[in-house]
Design a protein around this ligand. Structure first.
Ligand code: NAD
Ligand code: UDP
Length: 307
């Protein structure tokens, strides 16, 4: 049984991760400032003797004794990370420095939840880890993209300079139960709109693509990565390589929910990547992992618990 810290533990991915680690009987310490997360996401864990919750902002130092750290704290939805962009950069950069400092002091292994956004609007398709990306450094998505890129830099510098044990995973779009209904991300938006019979809001012409991974598959990948030997440090892509246009996603959700919603088209947000699909050869090889849940199956499970 290990003592494990999960930052951003009351968010969408963090709450599923805490649940998994609690089930595995580890001693789990969840910290969160509740910017986008909520106590409701982890209410079923409160009271368990191997789960503890602390309100804390990762931009401030934290003094605890742990064996492993999963650093997930950071808003992930564009509407949320863009509403206070300076705080978003601070969360990624100061948050990484604080958590890496903690890992160094207590000699903990530390995993960074990085993102496919480090590839920006990619010219290489599918994206593999050797691709350096095409990111606008001064646009409205930059606080998130560049913050996460800088966090990766810090992780590798702490590894080279201080020899701490790091694990960097690049998470591609993930969805599932407990996504915030007003999160603004495409899967939650379309499911809520379809269930309410409201217009489905496609941004742009709907030909942009994304590859969606179901949350249970993603949590399995994160835990497998943490448990790899010390030579496996990443960065490693984790996601589902099946690629869909937003139009296909909208049509699939309308069909699955037997909805009368109409598809409507709206302006495309600035710097919206045109395509995204992970090359997961490295994850298949190093983690012996690949996603098991197809999009239709995952959307059904998500819609069932959406409202
Ligand atoms: P989320 O917004 O649901 O969760 C983020 C959590 O971090 C929330 O609970 C929030 O309150 C907390 N948080 C934010 N700033 C904080 C701070 N300064 N101090 C402490 N806590 C803070 O998002 P998510 O989808 O669960 O994403 C979790 C992580 O995974 C993020 O780091 C995100 O960048 C990464 N990621 C997610 C996806 C995805 O598709 N879900 C894709 C790529 C990367
Ligand atoms: N999108 C959309 N309608 C919505 C929300 C998002 O068409 O109501 C599009 C968005 O423009 C993007 C894709 O869906 O092309 C995925 O958006 P999301 O915010 O979920 O994630 P990200 O852009 O960070 O991959």
């Amino acid at each position: 049984m290990k003592k494990i810290l999960v930052t951003g533990g009351s968010g969408f991915l963090g709450s599923h991760l805490c649940e998994k680690l609690v089930e595995q009987e580890h001693d789990v310490l969840c910290i969160d400032n509740f910017f986008t997360g909520s106590k409701k996401n982890i209410s079923h864990l409160i009271g368990r003797n191997n789960f503890e919750l602390i309100r804390h902002d990762v931009t401030f130092p934290l003094y605890v004794e742990v064996d492993e750290i999963y650093n997930l704290a950071c808003p992930a939805s564009p509407i949320h990370y863009q509403c206070d962009p300076v705080q978003t950069t601070k969360t990624s950069v100061h948050g990484a420095i604080n958590m890496l400092g903690l890992a160094k002091r207590v000699k903990a292994k530390i995993l960074q939840a990085s993102t496919s956004e480090v590839y920006g609007d990619p010219e290489i398709h599918p994206q593999s880890e050797v691709y350096w990306g095409r990111v606008n450094p001064i646009g409205i998505r930059s606080c998130y993209d560049e913050g996460k890129r800088c966090a990766e830099t810090l992780f590798f510098d702490y590894w080279r300079q201080h020899k701490i044990e790091i694990k960097v995973v690049r998470i591609f779009n993930t969805y599932g139960p407990r996504m915030h209904p007003n999160d603004g991300r495409v899967v939650s938006n379309f499911i809520i709109q379809a269930l309410k019979g409201n217009d489905i809001t496609i941004y742009g012409n709907g030909c942009q693509t994304r590859s969606f991974c179901y949350v249970d598959d993603m949590i399995e990948a994160l835990v497998s990565m943490m448990n790899t030997s010390s030579e496996v440090i990443g960065p490693i892509n984790v996601g589902n390589p099946s690629e869909f246009t937003m139009l296909e996603l909208a049509e699939m959700i309308i069909k699955l929910t037997v909805s009368k919603s109409r598809i409507t088209f709206h302006s495309l947000p600035e710097d919206d990547p045109k395509q995204r699909k992970p090359d997961i050869s490295l994850a298949r090889n190093d983690l012996q992992w690949e996603p098991k849940t197809n999009l239709e199956e995952g959307l059904k499970k998500t819609a069932l618990r959406a409202i």
